[in-house]
Design a protein around this ligand. Structure first.
Ligand code: AMP
Ligand code: MG
Length: 350
């Protein structure tokens, strides 16, 4: 061993055909593989093998009541996994799959209870990333794949983030470069809709409109344009999606949200107090304050989309720089800005 060199145990492999084939073998044997998706890196296991799925919870330190998303290689596999999906599920699948929209539907018995944390439903999507789909095909099973971070940490958008959290705890990391959206999928609950779903099903139990459990990479506006009404989950979301209750996206430093107009004043105040400060400045933003020195100022592009793509990496970078406080600029709650503000608020809860 070379003293001083980092000890790494989990191989990080480029996403070539040989890697994809060996990922398929590892997964079929019940092992864990981290893979790129278009949202964030996922930690995959054979979703129909309860022992393999249990390894995901152990490797991440994920609370057992936080259910997982099953990833399919194509929409045609849906009916083998879920019971009597409403018509609306097929319409949404046709419009948004492959892509970052997760549908919550009634689970068939082939789906082990551990995947859904004991709920009667299961969350499913078809990812758009060609490497993720190739790995699902190589395994030949739906893959359970939550974000590939230690529970509570920011989601990984680079293979290096996965290695930082899970080295030595998983069999392989497939490196597909930076992820496209940088923010997780949108989660939409259709499980209480009648057979037709959507507005046509009114009068049936809970049959009005699907329930938006988590804002994500598919915007609320895009969903509403396609299917009309979408209900926002408030109190009931917590009961339906237990994972929302847990600590999320938290860096070590305390995160404070600040409106763009207040950024200059607040950053000068905190820097004046002698705090080691990091600033996450995205969206329209304003750029680094020339009067401040010694502040780690990260400018994350000029749109909410660029901000979302780099937010989790920025939280990790500021942790590495050992800042004591992070000021993150807010964005308007429109389009991807809704999901971005959701993640920022959760990061600020610490
Ligand atoms: P992650 O894959 O780590 O981004 O987390 C998956 C998200 O999907 C969490 O917010 C879960 O609570 C949610 N989820 C997964 N399965 C279900 C389900 N059956 N019902 C409701 N929410 C779910
Ligand atoms: Mg996660």
């Amino acid at each position: 061993m070379i003293y001083g060199a980092p000890v790494t145990e989990t191989p990080v492999r480029p996403a070539d055909p040989e890697t994809i084939a060996s990922a398929g073998v590892i997964l079929r044997e019940g092992g864990l593989v981290a893979m790129p998706t278009e949202t964030v890196y996922g930690l995959a296991a054979d979703g129909l093998n309860p022992a393999a799925v249990a390894r995901i919870f152990a490797a991440k330190g994920r609370p057992a009541d936080n259910p997982l998303i099953l990833h399919l290689s194509e929409a045609g596999e849906l009916e083998g996994i879920v019971e009597r999906p409403p018509q609306l599920a097929f319409e949404l699948a046709a419009a948004f799959w492959p892509g970052p929209l997760t549908l919550v539907l009634r689970r068939r018995d082939v789906v082990p209870a551990i995947v859904s944390a004991g709920l009667a439903t299961v969350a499913v999507r078809v990812p758009a990333h060609p490497v993720a789909r190739a790995i699902i095909r190589a395994c030949g099973r739906p893959l359970a794949a939550p974000s590939a971070n230690r529970s509570g940490r920011p989601s990984p958008t680079l293979a290096a983030h996965v290695a930082a959290d899970l080295d030595g705890r998983i069999a392989m990391i497939v490196d597909g470069g930076p992820t496209e959206h940088g923010i997780e999928s949108t989660v939409l609950d259709l499980s209480e809709l009648g057979p037709r779903g959507g507005s046509g099903a009114s009068g049936e139990k809970g049959g009005d409109a699907p329930l938006l459990l988590r804002q994500g990479a598919i915007t609320r506006e895009a969903l509403a344009a396609k299917i009309g009404a979408v209900r926002d989950a408030h109190g009931e979301a917590l009961a339906r999606s237990p994972g929302l209750r847990h600590r999320h996206y938290a860096p070590r430093a305390k995160v404070e949200l600040v409106e763009p107009a207040m950024l200059q004043r607040r950053s000068r105040e905190l820097a004046g107090d002698g705090l080691r400060l990091g600033v996450i400045d995205g969206g329209p933003g304003q750029g680094e304050d020339p009067q401040l020195s010694g502040v780690s100022w990260l400018r994350l592009g000029s749109t909410s989309q660029e901000y979302a793509r780099s937010l989790f990496a920025a939280l990790r970078t500021l942790d590495e720089l050992s800042v004591e406080r992070i000021l993150a600029v807010t964005v308007p709650e429109l389009g991807i800005g809704r999901a971005l503000m959701d993640r920022l608020r959760r990061a600020a809860l610490g």
